[in-house]
Design a protein around this ligand. Structure first.
Ligand code: NI
Length: 209
């Protein structure tokens, strides 16, 4: 009798260890969702970095190409039926509401599923969201590097139903200034009006051309 709880505890420990190992073996450098969220929320570490990726037209793009623009950067994947389409549409709606002033803003969608999100796949997707949206992909190593710089959490999960795309990810909207410097973030689900409100003072502070 007394051995049973120990045996159960032991089996539980193995299950936890095995679960931990799956995560660990996939992405050795990846921290937990909560740990990364904490970094972003409380600005505990520098956020942002350079990248060299491929856009939805197959053209090479680096962060330096976007100097002079205010960037709204979103990490996700095209098969996501959850936060991604909603947040990206809110970004598009905010840009539309800004009218001509919105041209100083460049929205970027960086895929965290580069195996499936080829330039062609991204091209079809961004066309459905907003004409100004640029989709970016790259090899998995490049994507891991930029996601790590932005403290983005993403991990494969075991799908529970056929409609579950099997990827978990954090979905902050990152705001980066005209010199490539990280300014701050908007939480998932931020409505267009609030995005506009956040952008206006930054647009007003842009050097006049
Ligand atoms: Ni998503």
């Amino acid at each position: 009798m007394s051995k049973l709880p120990i045996a159960l505890a032991f089996a539980g420990g193995i299950a936890v260890a095995a679960g931990g190992w799956t995560l660990f073996s996939q992405k050795p450098e990846q921290r937990s969702s909560a740990a990364l969220m904490d970094v972003v929320m409380w600005n505990k570490e520098p956020i942002g970095g350079s990248f060299n990726l491929v856009d939805h037209n197959g053209k090479s793009r680096t962060d330096a190409d976007f100097r002079g623009k205010l960037l709204l950067i979103y990490f996700g994947f095209t098969f996501c039926s959850d936060a991604c389409p909603t947040d990206l549409q809110s970004i598009g709606a905010a840009i539309d509401r800004l009218g001509p002033a919105g041209e100083a803003i460049q929205p970027l969608f960086i895929t965290i599923d580069p195996e499936k999100d080829t330039p062609e796949q991204l091209r079809n997707y961004v066309a459905l969201i907003h004409p100004r949206l640029i989709g970016l992909t790259g090899d998995p190593k490049q994507i891991r590097a930029i996601a790590r710089d932005y403290k983005v959490f993403y991990a494969r999960t075991s799908p529970t139903k056929p409609t579950d795309p099997g990827i978990d990810h954090s979905s902050f909207v990152y705001l980066v200034d005209q010199d490539g410097k990280y300014l701050g973030y908007l939480p998932p689900g931020t409505p267009p009006d609030r995005i506009v409100e956040v952008l206006l003072p930054h647009l007003a502070a842009l050097p006049q051309t």
